[in-house]
Design a protein around this ligand. Sequence first.
Ligand code: NAP
Length: 308
Amino acid sequence: MRNVIIIGSGCAGNTAAVYAARANLKPLVVEGVEVGGQLSLTTMVENFPGFPEGIMGPELVGNIKKQAERFGAEYRGGEVTAADLSRRPFRITLDNNEVVETRTLIIASGASARWLGIESEQKLIGHGVSSCATCDGFFYRGRPVMVVGGGDSAMEEATFLTKFASEVTICHRRDQFRASKIMLDRARKNETIKWLPNTVVDEVHDVAKGEVTGVRLRDVTNGRQWDQPVDGLFLAIGHIPNTKVFRGQLELDPDGYIISKGGAKTNIPGVFHAGDVQDRHYRQAITAAGAGCMAAIEAERFLEAEGH
Ligand code: NAP
């Protein structure tokens, strides 16, 4: 029997682990498929307080893990495949079919990349279609690529890709960008970046060849379609919360985000949330870390009130 199981190893999960471990609760962290969460896929983090020169995302999240392990947190690779929250202790099934019981649960399972959902895109994932410029940008040295999206991720990925690609086109479905001014300005100043506002991707070529050779685009203002050759297509169109195993048990909003009952509480006593799995507004490393801290403190108080 565990006092605390933490699902997820991003900034939220690892920070929850630091606090829970320091409170002597010996937490078990189930790392999930994206070990280190979204920070492990990013480059320089310039806005995490305490690092005036910035810090690389993987280093930041790795350091938090080391800190948690120093206080006795235990980490396990793999995924949670099922969760029974209908009675206490909660029962968590891991992907090797092992079932672990726990008095409290902190869900910090984050959110995964959203795709356009068109058939040709799905078929070419890993063959020119990517959701991670940091992971795959290197392969596009001297080649033209396209980034889809109008948020900070799209600006960051496009700017990063200019280090490798011959040309980077940002394709966005509106002419207004939700990216922050600083990120938008940085991208606008970069002459390698070309802009296609009011444009959507209707199809990715070339499924028959098994690799991306271009895209069929559409101007949403007049319906005009045309083809543009690109070797890489990077999706930066937001994320979907990882809450599938909790459907029907936890209160979720229509998009699948956990509905908070105040602080880090969910609708089930003893189950707490932290980070992007609940937060669709801020989604920053520092807010995720703060949420992880809150969840661990709530779990500690819950256990104390129950006499553990
Ligand atoms: P986001 O802000 O939700 O932006 C998603 C973008 O994708 C929007 O421009 C949206 O268009 C577009 N989009 C969504 N679904 C689409 C679809 N089906 N087809 C075409 N376009 C679609 O997501 P994000 O850029 O990943 O940013 C998420 C959060 O992380 C934000 O809070 C951001 O500030 C933060 N972030 C920060 C940094 C940094 O500070 N270094 C870097 C990256 C992200 P519409 O605008 O039309 O809805």
